[in-house]
Design a protein around this ligand. Structure first.
Ligand code: B12
Length: 257
């Protein structure tokens, strides 16, 4: 079942301000470093930085000298202009969050075999923690990874995998889904790597047969769509989110959902 509206937003207040001490007080905490010594001039400069962020009644809660001519500030200030949540455009994959036991049941009953997932951090990217958080048994924040589900067969190729190797392995494993992690963004290397992979799959003629997913702290669903992916997952993604999405998307493509 696809949905147009985010269920979590239903019944939410339309105009919202950050919650500091009281509902609607607009109080936020900010922290930053200035290239000034700790002292009265630095404090005033820090308050001015906050005014320039549209924060009223700026207060410095803490200033810590980071050595000669550098000071770290923690400050509080008030925002007065509320966010109109009805005007926000939110791009996200269309899926319902499903409990792991239901995911297992649904896939095994309807597909009759585990979903094959091949994952890697590609190109020069050596960051494995995010990919492992989603794929490996131990998972992330108390939520087990896809390996913990009997309805997923997981091949985790690790990091610094060339796109060509990932595609070849996915073909050999008859993958239903390819999961790519891209953490480093320097020089927009993540965009080049991700685009190259989707183009490679197109050229091989099986882009349409595989669910292509990108993940990483700088990835959004909207960016992933732009780059020719089916879905994108950003910071704080839970394995259960990915399991729910993959189960629904793989079954949907086979008219089983
Ligand atoms: C640990 C770490 C390393 C380790 C990695 C070890 C390892 N085995 O992974 C080492 C020391 C090797 C490393 C190296 C480098 N790092 Co580093 N590293 C980090 C650090 C501290 C933590 C990353 C992490 O593990 N996060 C925890 C995981 C759980 O979070 P996550 O990655 O966001 O993953 C979640 C989501 O994004 C999502 N997700 C991630 N991948 C996927 C994939 C899929 C398919 C899905 C669905 C979801 C998903 O789900 C995960 C769970 O919610 C970050 C800073 C930080 N605090 O984030 C810097 C950071 C990522 N590193 C950075 C940099 C610059 C580097 C280096 C270039 C440094 C250097 N000059 O050498 C090198 C690059 C090496 C390389 N070739 O890639 C920068 C990147 C900046 C940028 N915008 O590009 C960061 C942000 C630090 C910083 N502030 O500058 N790094």
């Amino acid at each position: 079942m696809n949905r147009d509206k985010d269920k979590s937003a239903q019944g939410a207040e339309r105009f919202i301000l950050p919650y500091g001490d009281h509902r609607g007080d607009g109080v936020v905490q900010v922290s930053f470093t200035l290239p000034l010594p700790d002292g009265p001039l630095g404090d005033e400069a820090a308050r001015q930085v906050m005014r320039q962020m549209s924060l009223a009644e700026p207060q410095i809660a803490e200033s810590v000298s980071l050595g000669e001519n550098y000071t770290f500030y923690v400050g509080y200030g008030k925002l007065s202009r509320p966010v109109d949540t009805s005007k926000l455009k939110v791009a996200r994959p269309l899926w319902d969050k499903i409990e792991p036991v239901q995911v297992e049941q649904m896939v095994m009953e309807r597909l009759g075999r585990p979903i094959v997932v091949v994952g890697a951090a590609t190109g020069s990217d050596a960051h494995t923690v995010g990919l492992d958080a989603i794929l490996n048994y131990k998972g992330f924040a108390g939520d087990h990874g896809l390996e913990a589900y009997s309805c997923f067969r997981v091949v985790n190729m690790g990091s610094q995998v060339p796109n060509e190797e990932l595609v070849a392995r996915a073909a050999r494993e008859k993958a239903d889904a390819i999961l790519v992690s891209q953490v480093v963004t320097q020089g927009n290397v993540h965009l080049a790597n991700l685009t190259n992979l989707s183009e490679l799959l197109e050229a091989e003629g099986w882009r349409d047969r595989v669910v292509l997913v990108a993940g990483g702290p700088r990835i959004t669903h909207a960016l992933a769509l732009e780059l020719g992916y089916d879905a994108g997952f950003g910071a704080m993604t839970r394995p259960q989110d990915v399991a729910s999405y993959l189960a629904q998307e793989v079954l949907r493509r086979k008219s089983l959902y």
